[in-house]
Design a protein around this ligand. Structure first.
Ligand SMILES: *Cc1c(COP(=O)(O)O)cnc(C)c1O
Length: 375
């Protein structure tokens, strides 16, 4: 019965190094997304492994009410990394928890109930975050979920203007939707969301769990749009695959966030791994590298496959390729025939979320494989 909710893949992975995963037969795969954006600096980056193992030997766990150097350092790094004055940090263990905290904090700080989410949005699978997730298939049979959530059309500024009022606690959205099909938001739209939430005293919660940490070409997608939210959530690759989530808040939210807690919040090992991951992202200029390499991949796909696909979209190394048939068979062919692991984003979109450290040769190999399976 173990693992019964996951559909298993016919490849058993034994080890990882950089952009490569190796299975138990010794076959190497290029990991262009199979790890769901959890490896921004590549698999088993030596600096992250070192930070985590030395911490592991010294102290595996101490409860968060005792200050600890690794956690304190991570608070400082994340506080400095947050866009604008989004500099108060809450640590947890996953993306959905980061969003749960965001919604709880927003309700408490505003004293309001209403939460606005967007069509095609994905924010996690626990009862609160799931209530703000769009797709019915994730919710079927689990209702009732947290109440007070209203959905508006993603990208429709007028609908957002109309929906946000003085009873709204929060608007939660992704700056570039991942699970929903790699749907970018226009800068103007995000600015409208910023404007109306500010006018009405509601919290703008930007879910950067997939877009953050340099993936879309800047540390946060918010920076590119020059929008400063009230709350920003991050998780996935923050500790290179160890479980972590973070909710970054402006003062007004943090000051009146209410009573919240988590046993493992900012554990020493995961904090050390996250600190090292952030160090590598910054020192190696990975956001800029992601912007360049992503643009190169999208250009190559356009040039070589422009007529064979419906659309190529995304930003940096968060890329969606809308194909003319179901994506499942293509993903299988990529994996089995070309040793390239990628992801779907809905039924007809292939999604690429490789490590930000990939080189041209990796990009070229993947474009070649795509040309063969799609062309
Ligand atoms: C993956 C994801 C989540 C949920 O994160 P988990 O760690 O799986 O709970 C939430 N929002 C977005 C945008 C995501 O991509």
């Amino acid at each position: 019965m173990s693992g019964f909710v996951f559909s298993e893949k016919p490849i058993e992975i034994a080890s990882g190094d950089g952009a490569t995963l190796t299975d138990t037969n010794g076959t190497e795969y290029l990991d262009f997304g199979a790890s769901y954006a959890c490896t921004p600096v590549g698999h088993c980056h030596p600096e992250v492994v070192d930070a985590a193992t030395s911490q592991l030997e010294e102290l595996m766990y101490v409860q968060a009410s005792y200050p600890h150097a690794a956690r304190t350092a991570l608070y400082e790094q994340l506080s400095a990394a947050g866009p604008g004055d989004v500099d108060e940090v809450w640590l947890c263990n996953s993306g959905t928890e980061a969003n749960e905290a965001a919604l709880k904090f927003a309700r408490h700080a505003t004293g309001r109930e209403k939460i606005i989410a967007t069509t095609q949005g994905f924010h996690g699978r626990t009862m609160g975050a799931l209530a703000t997730t769009w797709k019915q298939k994730y919710k079927q049979g689990f209702e009732p979920l947290a109440g007070g959530v209203e959905f508006v059309e993603y990208g429709d500024a007028d609908a957002m203007r109309e929906a946000v009022d003085d009873e709204t606690a929060a608007v939660i959205l992704e700056p570039l939707q991942g699970e929903g099909g790699i749907n970018p938001a226009a800068t103007e739209y995000l600015r409208t969301v910023r404007e109306v939430t500010e006018e009405e005293g509601a919290a703008m919660v930007l879910d950067e769990i997939q877009t953050g940490l340099g993936r879309t070409g800047t540390l946060w997608a918010a920076e590119k749009h020059d929008v400063v939210p009230d709350v920003l959530t991050t998780a996935k690759g923050l500790a290179s695959g160890l479980p972590i989530g973070a909710t970054l808040c402006r003062d007004w939210v943090a000051e009146d966030a209410g009573n919240h807690g988590s046993t493992f919040s900012g554990g020493p090992v995961v904090s050390a791994a996250a600190g090292a991951t952030l160090d590598v992202i910054e020192r190696e200029g990975l956001p800029e590298h992601a912007a360049e390499t992503g643009a190169y991949i999208r250009d190559q796909i356009d040039e070589r496959l422009g007529d064979d696909v419906r659309d190529v979209r995304g930003d940096g190394l968060m890329i969606g390729i809308e194909v003319k048939r179901g994506s499942n068979r293509l993903l299988r062919d990529l994996a089995i025939d070309h040793q390239v692991l990628a992801l779907p984003a809905g039924r007809t979109v292939l999604r690429l979320l490789p490590p930000l450290t990939i080189e041209r040769e990796h990009a070229d190999a993947v474009v070649d494989a795509l040309a063969e399976v799609i062309g």
